[in-house]
Ligand binder design. Structure first.
Ligand SMILES: Nc1ncnc2c1ncn2[C@@H]1O[C@H](COP(=O)(O)OP(=O)(O)OP(=O)(O)O)[C@@H](O)[C@H]1O
Ligand SMILES: [Mg+2]
Length: 362
């Protein structure tokens, strides 16, 4: 085995699940290194919970295998997997004190009675709520209840934690705070975490790697930056961040860089992604668009009328109709030029060829 952080903790191999005619999950392949935090990100119904449940041992897969610490675990019962689970509806026992809630999994595992108080105290310390042991769950805020759920999951020191939208019920501010806390805990304790969310910002903020899912399949696996800067499909480009998507045709001719886009705009890309005649999609992130000064040159230039300007404090978002059917979305830091932008203004926007990401047409 390699040093900590390099050995494979969890290996998902060809895992699929069908319910009658419904394919909930197909051929999932994913490895988690020890101590890694990987997010399953995808729209509703894309198979995230199904995949998590097969890892937990709560849903038997129809195909494929789960390996934990190099041992085949596909058919191991949930309590033999050294896995902790936190669900969205954190489901603390309402009639039990915080102490008894956290002690519950220890009693289930027949820990010696004399050891339970110190184990519970340690778990409460970790989630920074040492003083609430005697309270009932309803005497805690939502965020505190969520932390108790986390403590209950960590108290028996599993080496893998699965979390299914654990922050879904919390308001924005608490979510941000809990995201940070989970991340810090994960780093400090070196636990391997598989985390489910459908919130792309949450996934980007928390993950070592993101496993993007769509319609029961893994669409792409990579670091948040990989997925943002090098999406391999229109789905990935649209699901993470904002995108301008321009259908275009690769043209032959002297300029090997040319694509002809909607409304006859000539587009330039570093990598054409196809032979002359190929139908492609050009993806450009809004923050890559620049408002050009008079006569200013750029690899890609589109001119048009500003339809809308949205002031968002430090940055503005603007929308320019550059062809009858094409509106480009731009985003830039607020400066003097941006400050004068009005609906109805004529502008030229531009972007570098390196920022035209070319994907095959659907
Ligand atoms: N027990 C079941 N019986 C039949 N179909 C199921 C069952 N469980 C899940 N499915 C189907 O499998 C697909 C994937 O469901 P899953 O719960 O894994 O999605 P999800 O990505 O977790 O979605 P959400 O973000 O809404 O929680 C869905 O189409 C769902 O309807
Ligand atoms: Mg789900």
């Amino acid at each position: 085995m390699g040093p900590i952080g390099e050995s494979t903790k969890l290996s998902i191999r060809g895992v699929g699940k069908t319910y009658g005619a419904v394919t909930a999950l197909a051929d999932a392949n994913l490895d988690l290194r020890e101590g890694e935090l990987v997010t399953l990100l995808g729209p509703s119904g894309s198979g995230k919970t199904t995949l998590l449940m097969t890892v937990a041992g709560l849903v038997p897969p129809t195909t494929g295998d789960i390996w934990i610490d190099g041992r085949l675990a596909t058919h191991a019962p949930p309590d033999k997997r050294d896995i902790g689970i936190v669900f969205q509806n954190y489901a603390l026992f309402p009639h039990l004190s915080v102490f008894e809630n956290i002690a519950f999994p220890l009693r289930m595992r027949r820990m010696a009675k004399t050891q339970i108080p110190s184990a519970v105290a340690r778990a409460l310390d970790i989630v920074q709520l040492p003083h609430v042991a005697e309270r009932l769950p309803r005497e805690l805020s939502g965020g505190q209840q969520q932390r108790i759920a986390l403590a209950r999951c960590m108290v028996y020191e599993p080496s893998i934690i699965l979390m299914d939208e654990p922050l879904g019920a919390l308001d924005r501010q608490l979510r941000d705070q809990m995201q940070l806390e989970i991340k810090t805990l994960h780093r400090r304790l070196g636990i391997t975490v598989l985390y489910v969310t459908h919130d792309q910002e949450e996934a980007m903020a928390m993950s070592d790697r993101i496993c993007l899912m769509n319609q029961g399949r893994i669409a792409q696996i990579g670091t948040p930056a990989d997925l943002y800067f090098s999406p391999q499909s229109l789905f990935a480009a649209q699901f993470l961040g904002e995108s301008n998507i321009l259908g275009a045709t690769v043209t032959a001719g002297s300029n090997a860089m040319a694509l002809v886009g909607p409304g006859g705009i000539t587009l330039r890309a570093k990598d054409l992604g196809g032979a002359p005649g190929a139908q492609v999609n050009v993806v450009v992130r809004p923050e890559r668009l620049r408002l050009l000064g008079d006569g200013e040159a750029e690899d890609n230039i589109a001119a048009g009328e500003v339809e809308e300007v949205v002031f968002a404090g430090g940055y503005i978002r603007y929308f320019v109709r550059v062809a009858p059917e094409v509106v480009l979305a731009g985003k830039q830091l607020t400066d003097e030029r941006a400050g004068t932008l009005q609906p109805g203004s004529r502008v030229r926007v531009g972007w570098g060829a390196v920022h035209s990401l070319v994907l095959p047409a659907r």
